[in-house]
Design a protein around this ligand. Sequence first.
Ligand code: NAP
Length: 294
Amino acid sequence: MILIDGKKVSKEIREDIAEKVLPLKDSGKNVPGLVTILVGENAASQVYVNMKAKACTKLGMLSKIETLPAETTEEDLLNLVKSYNENPDFHGILVQLPLPKHISEDKVIETISPAKDVDGFHPISTGNMVIGKETFLPCTPYGVVELLKRYNIETKGKHVVVVGRSNIVGKPVANMLMQKKEGANAIVTVVHSAAPDISYFTKQADILIAAMGVPEFIKADMVKEGVVVIDVGTNRVDAPDTEKGYRLTGDVDFENVSKKASYISPSPGGVGPMTITMLLYNTYQAYLKIENAG
Ligand code: NAP
C-alpha cells in the first residue's frame, strides 16, 4: 500500500509557486494578491481565513483579510466585492462561506469577477468546468485530481466512484474526472444518500472518492482489493482523553481499508492540505492572466 501524502505534494507545489513569486517581490514588481473577505465571527472561518493569508504571505504573495461585522448589509458586501474586482493589486477574491443568513451567498459569488474567482464557485467557472473549458477549478476537488496525477494513478477508463454530490466536492470532482482529457477520462459513478445499497457501487470502484461527511463510514468489506482511495471527509469525533476533546477523522475506516488498498490518501494529511495549495495555485494563475492581459 502506498500512502498518498497530501502534505508532501502540497509542499512541492507551494515551493514551485514561491520560486516564481519571490523573485517578483525581490525585484519590486507587482506580485499575486489575494483578498479574503470574512463576515461575522464564525470561529472556524476565522481559522481558515488566517491559514490562507499566512500561506499566501509565505510564498511572497500579497494578502489582505477584510473583516466585516455580522450585521453588514448585502449591499455593502456587494460593493466591497465590486471594489476588489477593480483593484489591480488583487488578482483573487475569496468570500469565506458561510455568510450570515440575511446575505445571499449566490448573489455574492455571482458578483465576483470570473477573472478573480480563485475559489472556482462562480457559475461561469462551474459552467466552463462542466464543458471542459479552461477555468478556475474549485480547490478541494482540484486537490483530489492533482493528488491522483502526482502519484501517476491512471484514471483513463477506470471506474471512479464518488460518494457525495455536494456542489463543493462531489459534483465538481465527478465532472473533472469524466472530462475527455489527460488526468481524467474516467467512468464516473456518483453515489448519494438515496442509494439503497452503497456498497454495491463502492465495491466496483477502481478509485473511490469519499466525500460524505460521515466518520469512517467506508469499511474494508465495501471495497475491492487494490482500490485507490481518496478520503476527503474531515469529521470531528469525540476523544475525551485528548487535550482538545476531539480528533479529526475521515469518511474511511483507514486502519482496515488501507490493508486492501493499493493507494490511500488519509484524512487528515491527504486532501486537506491540498485545498489551500490549489487556492494559491489559482491565485498565481489569475495573476498571470490579468498581468499578461494588461
Ligand atoms: P455535504 O454538503 O454534507 O454533502 C455530503 C454528501 O454525502 C451529500 O451528497 C449526501 O447525500 C452524501 N451522503 C451523506 N451521508 C450519506 C450516506 N450515509 N450515504 C450516502 N451518501 C451520503 O458535505 P461536503 O461539503 O461535500 O463535505 C463532505 C466531507 O468532506 C465532509 O467531511 C467535509 O468536512 C469534508 N471536506 C473537506 C475539505 C478539505 O479537506 N479541504 C473540503 C470540503 C469538505 P445527499 O446529497 O443525498 O444529502
